[in-house]
Design a protein around this ligand. Structure first.
Ligand SMILES: [Zn+2]
Length: 350
């Protein structure tokens, strides 16, 4: 039985269970690991267990106290969750210390100083920690250094290099790996709607997800699975048809509707699939390893470029993926990404 339904992160669970048993839960944590592996979910489950009035051994929340009920409903007054606003490139300073008229009379750093409403402890979860503005990060340092008694701060980011050294040095680092394929499959199976339980299909989605549950969930949409194959075929052809790749990518993104988050999620999937493809090309050419994913295997068989072209395209695609997270205009981003893959020399003139 997995801890609170969390799959694939047993070592992290054990570390926290051990810390709790020794009464050594730290004040500030920085969760690091790839997107879509469940770090935010883990943080919320951990918060629930930490505020429970009567936790069972193994850091298991009782599920029946007032704290557990409110934590489960997402309305616990002592669990403070903040994240980057959808329309901003960074988490603004106001989030932590209030706006100019309410400095240190509002914001997360002020709220965490208040007495816990339910008498337990306070937990603050800062999602999107990769996107703290410098001034916002600086405003957090004192709280991270010395959180109030019993309070726990949890920052959730993807890469250690994306955090300021001043933040890193004040937090205990907790690393999350990609989810094992089997864990992704089990979660998909658990979540599946009746009629969506075709085991072979769920296994294929889990295999193509690269250890990310978020990706696996997207791939359940047949349009997205199909596009992966199409993308591999387009990328394999060098020189690339940039206009065609742009048109098809944009159509896929726009089919997600008007809301920004699902559009962004689709573009992220396209770029991550492109990375899968380019990495598979490089692995084949350097160590002779072939991808297990049949879509990628078919795709790279058609590759007619050089290893240098593949690694240049890989770097440009990583840049594009970064820009998606920084709230870039998606249409412009798609145009720029496909143009640079078609004509990498353009990059040197900018
Ligand atoms: Zn409880």
């Amino acid at each position: 039985m997995s801890w609170q339904g969390i799959e694939g992160h047993d070592a992290v669970v054990d570390a926290f269970v051990g810390a709790q048993a020794r009464n050594r839960v730290a004040g500030s944590y920085l969760f690091i690991g790839p997107a879509g592996v469940g770090k935010a979910t883990f943080a919320r489950k951990l918060a629930k267990a930490l505020v429970c009035a009567a936790p069972r051994p193994g850091l298991v929340p009782c599920e029946s106290c007032a704290s557990c009920v409110q934590a489960e409903a997402g309305s616990h007054p002592d669990i403070d969750v903040v994240q980057k606003p959808e329309d901003r490139a960074t988490i603004p300073l106001d989030t932590f210390i209030g706006d100019a008229d309410h400095r240190m009379r509002e914001g997360l750093c002020w709220r965490i100083l208040l007495r816990p409403a339910l008498g337990g402890r306070k937990v603050a979860i800062i999602l999107d920690a990769d996107h703290l503005s410098d001034e916002a990060a600086n405003s957090l340092l004192k709280t991270l250094e010395e959180p109030p008694d019993g309070a726990v701060m949890i920052l959730v980011g993807t890469a250690l290099e994306r955090q300021l050294p001043t933040i890193r040095s004040r937090c205990q680092i907790v690393r999350f790996g990609p989810l094992p394929e089997d864990a992704v499959f089990r979660i998909l199976q658990r979540e599946a709607e009746p009629g969506q339980t075709d085991e072979r299909r769920l296994r294929a989605c889990a295999a193509a997800a690269g250890g990310s549950l978020a990706r696996a969930r997207l791939l359940l949409d047949p349009a997205l699975t199909e596009f992966r194959g199409r993308l591999a075929a387009l990328l394999a052809h060098q020189p690339l048809h940039g206009v065609e790749l742009a048109r098809e990518t944009l159509a896929l993104v726009e089919a997600a509707g008007k809301d920004a988050p699902p559009r962004r999620a689709r573009l992220r999937l396209v770029l991550e699939s492109a990375l899968d493809f380019l990495r598979a090309v490089l692995r084949r050419d350097t160590v002779g390893e072939l991808p297990a994913d049949p879509v990628m295997a078919r795709g790279i068989a058609g590759w007619n470029g050089t290893a240098e072209e593949a690694s240049t395209a890989l770097l440009h695609t990583l840049d594009a993926l970064d820009a998606v997270d920084r709230n870039a205009n998606l249409t412009i981003l798609i145009d720029a990404w496909t143009a640079i893959l078609e004509e990498p020399r353009l990059a040197q003139s900018t």
